[in-house]
Design a protein around this ligand. Structure first.
Ligand code: G6P
Length: 612
């Protein structure tokens, strides 16, 4: 999704802006641009389609010497990727220049409004409306100043926006606005930074202001003033972020995704470590959560985060005895879910900024449900709206395809289920103790898988030219099948589908022919023979089987070649998704490498999906 960076200070703005845009590349984009207010108060814009590298190499940047600048990576929504549609956008008189992350929903209405006032729009974007609206209101009442004109323009906008506004009229400041799209302000000494998210400016500062919806910031090099839309001053607190800037760099790995896959033992150890006390008891910051009042649990999220929910639904049901449903945020928000004050709604999000998840969360709050969110990014929007927040300790996740966030989410959700179980007095069982013990062994077992994964690379070498793949499993092995299939789609562009193993014969088996790869996941001994039979059914129709399992598979009776079996360490089948997903992450990664694809920045995808 679009990324925003801004700088105001004493250094040249361009290198800071370019660095910031490079750090935001993982969000996904198709064009990049920037505007700098030079010392002679002239505003210069350079923008084009393509990578930030191309912008960085543009010789026009040499004339941009000022210390106030705004920059943007665009992920096309309204209007194709093109130079003219790239940001920044200016008004017809070149007075106000704007970069925008979000979508203006009342575009048609505002377009005819502004055109009637004599303004012409040159791009297809909704963003171009904004500088023109500001100009219109400024011209109408110049005495009231720019900030007033900005608020008048904002009152007309419907939709989502994080905005940076610069102008020769604003000699020493950048105006920043937020509604439903993320933006943070980093505080420096005699300089300040603006960005869509923390990693973009983490190498400059660890002190941040998190802007809330309907807030305006007047950012100068030595002061930041926050206002509401009525232009009353708001007091805000600076938050210190402990993340290490180095942790968001590649650290010797070829790609962020590979680095993040290998960080999983540490990330999970940290996530577990912060959820247990020294005595080994679960210790979550949920003292005022009244677990006795719930008769329903909803887990709501998007993409990989939703798969973490599906993988742990069974743990919630088994240990809390409360029915648990998992839903896609994009569906939940529009389908009038049956939720009330007796519902515990759990939201999962790596970024804490996913637009659909935020909307679903707001809906749940309105219904009187309790909202509890599992988030990776500290201070993100979801954490500020939810009644309760638990943090995964995955550290910054940069690769678009989520890996360590997923395994940390599954781990933390499991701990949450056990926490509720204990509070409900249901924990006095051998299964409870076993799961608790198994949790603590996860980091070492993941490390074992990572240290012994050559087979996965070989398999990737053999199947990377496939056109179709199937992932099958039952119960939470099916949840992992979905996640494995998503990883393959996201970064290898191979068509892949996940199916509950028993459903295969109700249609998809018609697609099985010679050489189609079917990846089976088997970690539950009580039903392993069932999934094995389903694999046999496809073997006889010519499929190429790959098996991820913690069981001793009798190869002769199952027709599966030993080289295609990836053995993972044993553990309770309930928590096995944290282990069985690792070979699938690596499989997708190595296939993408064989195909020479950009694993960290897959086409069309965005890390942080801040629009609907
Ligand atoms: C995007 C990302 C996925 C992610 C999903 C939800 O689609 O590409 O990797 O799972 O958003 O993101 P969230 O930040 O809410 O976990």
């Amino acid at each position: 999704m679009c990324g925003i960076v801004g700088y105001i200070g004493t250094k040249k703005a361009v290198p800071v802006l370019i660095n910031g845009l490079l750090s935001l590349e993982y969000r996904g984009y198709d064009s990049a641009g920037l505007a700098v207010l030079n010392n002679d108060n002239s505003l210069k814009i350079v923008k084009d389609m393509g990578r930030v590298k191309k912008l960085q190499d543009n010789s026009e940047l040499e004339s941009l010497t000022g210390s106030i600048g705004i920059a943007h990576t665009r992920w096309a929504t309204r209007g194709m990727p093109s130079k003219i549609n790239s940001h920044p956008h200016t008004d017809n008189n070149n007075t106000f220049t704007v970069v925008h992350n979000g979508i203006i929903e009342n575009y048609d209405e505002l377009k005819s409004f502004i055109e009637k006032k004599g303004y012409a729009l040159h791009s297809e974007t909704d963003t171009e409306l904004i500088p023109n609206l500001i100009h219109y209101f400024y011209n109408k009442n110049t005495k009231k100043g720019v900030l007033f004109a900005v608020t008048e323009a904002l009152k007309k906008l419907e939709g989502s926006y994080a905005l940076e506004i610069t102008s020769p009229l604003l000699k020493d400041e950048i105006i920043v606005v937020k509604k439903d799209s993320p933006v943070v302000i980093g505080v420096g000494k005699n300089e300040n930074y603006i960005a869509s998210d923390i990693p973009a400016i983490l190498s400059y500062t660890k002190d941040f202001y998190f802007m809330e919806d309907y807030e305006i910031a007047e950012v100068k090099k030595d002061s930041i003033t926050f206002y509401n839309y009525d232009l009353n001053i708001i007091e805000k607190e600076i938050k210190n972020i402990e993340w290490d800037a180095i942790a968001s760099e590649k650290n010797g790995y070829d790609d962020y995704m590979l680095k993040e896959i290998y960080e999983q033992p540490t990330a999970i150890r940290e996530t577990i470590g912060t959820s247990f006390n020294k005595e080994g008891n679960i210790n979550l910051p949920l003292n005022s959560l009244d677990v006795n009042k719930y008769n329903k649990i909803y887990i709501v999220a998007c993409g990989t985060a939703m798969h973490a929910g599906i993988a742990t639904k069974y743990i919630f049901e088994k240990f809390t005895q409360i029915p648990c449903e998992v839903d896609m945020a994009s569906e939940f928000r529009y389908r009038n879910p049956l939720i009330n004050e007796k519902t515990l709604c759990i939201f999962i999000s790596q970024s804490g900024e996913t637009a659909d998840t935020i909307a679903a969360l707001k809906l749940a709050k309105k219904s009187g449900s309790t909202t509890l969110s599992i988030v990776n990014v500290i201070g993100s929007s979801i954490t500020r709206i939810s009644d309760f927040v638990l943090y995964t300790h995955a550290g910054p996740e940069i690769a678009v395809a989520s890996t360590k966030a997923y395994t940390c989410q599954v781990t933390l959700l499991t701990i949450l289920a056990l926490f509720i179980s204990e509070k409900l007095g249901l924990s006095n069982t051998a299964d409870f103790e076993k799961l608790k013990n198994d949790l603590n062994q996860l980091p070492d077992k993941i490390k074992y898988i990572l240290d012994n994964c050559d087979k996965v690379k070989n398999i990737a070498n053999q199947i990377y030219q496939d056109k179709n793949m199937f992932f099958i499993g039952r119960i939470n092995d099916y949840a992992v099948a979905m996640e494995g299939s998503l990883k393959v789609k996201e970064i290898t562009y191979i068509h892949s589908e996940a199916y509950a193993a028993g459903e295969l014969k109700h249609g998809p088996i018609a697609l099985i022919e010679d050489g189609v790869s079917v990846i089976g996941i088997i970690t539950n001994p009580s039903i392993s023979s069932k999934t094995l039979s389903n694999l046999d059914e496809v073997v006889t129709r010519g499929a190429n089987i790959i098996l991820i399992s913690n069981q001793d598979i009798d190869i002769n009776s199952s027709n599966i070649n030993e080289e295609s079996i990836v053995k993972i360490p044993d553990c309770s089948s309930l928590i096995s998704p944290v282990l069985s997903v690792i070979p699938l992450q690596l499989l997708a990664y190595h296939i993408a490498k064989c195909k020479k694809l950009d694993v960290d920045k897959p086409r069309n995808l965005a890390k942080s999906v801040t629009v609907e």
